[in-house]
Design a protein around this ligand. Structure first.
Ligand code: PEP
Length: 255
């Protein structure tokens, strides 16, 4: 199974989100073999997009969540509220939030602990900066980020975890990592997870300037379980092509 996640970021209003979600549904219509598809609109559009997705094979996710279950936290949205809104997935530790909203490893860890008490699937983002990669420290950095995010988090055999390897320098830059570099880092991620005792139900996906033209080159790699797509996920023809690449791979490889 391959998983394709669309992170719509702060791009679409409610009407546009409804129209875009309908577009995604049109592009999967009539296909028996399909990758798992998750779309992550802004908070304001979650309820309306949920209505569009009811009884379809496209799932709903959120782009972030707060660090508490409920209470006097103005402006925050808790994991319980996301559950209530029909989300099955939530992105945690996106590099944009780490950089612009002070989402530290400790905050990411607190969120992971809260999610572990729910049925939502975390999409945990990790990834190094250009400088860290240039210094030859990318693998150590990502392994540390992962360890910090998952410290004390109970992940049972029944629960699911998606780790998204998203090198910061590749996000929104138009320059993706090579599939070979992504596979190498995915192996590091899997080894690190094994060391901390988290195994079977983890998927590792790649994110960073994936588009319709080269999604196939990532998705065909057995070590890449899917893609997390930002900019290209709000362009229907791009997202459709990425879904198509996922289908092609699944049919060719019978996965
Ligand atoms: C992202 O925001 O998670 C992302 C991968 O963005 P982009 O595809 O635009 O690089």
């Amino acid at each position: 199974m391959k998983t394709i996640i669309g992170n719509w970021k702060m791009h679409l209003g409610i009407r546009e989100s409804i129209a875009h979600a309908r577009g995604v549904l049109r592009s999967v219509m009539g296909h028996e073999v399909l990758p798992e598809i998750v779309i992550c609109p802004s908070f304001t559009a979650l309820s309306e997009v949920r209505k569009v997705l009811v009884r379809t094979r496209v799932s709903l996710g959120a782009q972030t969540m707060g660090t508490e279950r409920f209470g006097a936290f103005t402006g925050d949205v808790s994991v319980a509220q996301l559950d209530d809104a029909g989300c099955g997935f939530v992105i945690i530790g996106h590099s944009e939030r780490r950089a612009m909203n002070g989402e530290s490893d400790a905050i990411v860890n607190a969120k992971m602990k809260l999610i572990a008490q729910t049925s939502l699937v975390p999409i945990l983002c990790v990834g190094e900066s250009k400088e860290t990669r240039a210094a030859g420290k990318a693998e150590v950095f990502v392994a540390q980020q992962l360890g910090a995010a998952l410290r004390g988090v109970t992940i049972t055999k029944a629960s699911r975890l998606i780790v998204a390897y998203e090198p910061i320098w590749a996000i929104g830059s138009g320059t993706s990592a090579t599939p070979a570099d992504a596979v190498a880092m995915h192996n590091v991620i899997r080894e690190s997870l094994q060391k901390i005792g988290i195994g079977a139900s983890v998927q590792v996906v790649y994110g960073g300037s994936v588009d319709g033209a080269h999604a196939y080159s990532f998705l065909r790699e057995p070590g890449i379980d899917g893609v997390l797509v930002g900019g290209a996920s709000v362009k229907i023809h791009e997202f459709e092509a990425i879904i198509g690449a996922g289908r092609e791979v699944m049919i060719a490889q019978n996965v």
